[in-house]
Design a protein around this ligand. Sequence first.
Ligand code: PFF
Length: 465
Amino acid sequence: MKKGENTRNSLQQEKTRSSFSGKLGYVLAVAGSAVGLGNIWRFPYLAAKYGGGIFLLTYLVLMLTFGYALIVSETALGRMTKKSPVGAFAAFGNRFWFRFGGWINAVIPMLIVPYYSVIGGWVVKYLFEHIRGSASALAEDGYFTNFIANGFEAEFWFLLFSVLVTAVLFAGVKQGVERVSKVMMPLLVILAVFVAIYSMTRPGAWKGVTYFLVPNFKHFSWMTVVAAMGQMFYSLSIAMGILYTYGSYIKDDVDIEKSTKQVEVFDTAIAMLAGLMIIPAVFAFSGGDPDTLKAGPSLMFITIPKVFASMGFGTGAGIVFFLLVLLAALTSAISLAESGVSTFEDQLGISRRKSVLLMGAVILLFGSVSALGFGALDFVSLLGMSILDFFDFLTNSLMMPLAALATCILVTRVVGLKKLAQEVEKSSDFKRKKMYCFFMRYLAPICIVTILFSSIANVLGWISM
Ligand code: PFF
């Protein structure tokens, strides 16, 4: 194609819908949205809690089959319709089911970003304390529990993080932040490799390495599968409308199959690296204490400061680490919030300014109750969970399976697997087509429905997982 023609085409494209600058731009954008607190904070604590190696194995199998099929579907549907989730579903019909499918995909990011910002606030607090030179205090037992129990402090750091997110959306400097973060991400990887090696070579840490990497069927429970599936959605940004939107920006020459593979490899590598930083440290610094292993959301904040405090240069390492994690968290929170803002703009027909304010209000309300849930509101227990855990459960274990089910039904019953495969084949030889079709038609719906019902039955106390 001649240069002039190229420019004309891209101008034309620009007028209708913004698009990524190229194939690499697209992969980097998706990887940027995928890598975040989900990899560094969430994956290690779930792996520690739900069986180590057996969790990892379950996660890998789910990601390569089910996750792969869903990423391909959502991206192809976005490219086919050139719409975000609400519009993409509406493009095929206007019955209740279509509207439900679109909206549930669109609402999930709005519910995640408030509690994501609470964790973001914890990261800012730990960065601040390292800068202040309090690395050894952070490493003391009970520090983290006391911190989150102090509602005022947790609320303060949450507000700081959310003001940052909202300010970036207001100022329209989102791309600037993303550019900075793209440069910083390789640094995060280098530092993570370094910390992982340090933590794996501490005395007693090897037991943690084998716990994390070697599957032991004794540790398997049904909850391992439920948690691994929720984590897969979360980490790869599946079942939250994001990939529809990204798909709508790409041109026909992007090989969806190949880019999906690249994003999966990258995202999993970072999660495993985080696991290798944190889980061996539980064994080296807390003697593999089962309570610490099951610490849940607090695991990274309990363990990592102990690793840094034991280094000769822990303050410097702590500052760099929490700064890089903060950047990863910030870019992810911004893209989650941005997805909410564009849904408000498109569906409510309000201005960008008003949409940002509305998103800010949602973050403030749900985030504050989550932040205070370990302090002033600690008497509130929703289905036996703290408020933050409840939002995590609501989105990951209930809403995302429903959103994924809606996508499966749309692909198999409405659009048709053949038409979807044709969309992918525009730029790929779609080697895994047979597996893809089998998975979308049979396994995915069965998995989703079983998992959905078992997580409901579990919280209602009908079964114990
Ligand atoms: N996948 C991100 C993580 O693992 O932290 C979470 C996320 C960020 C999901 C941004 C969606 C998104 F748009």
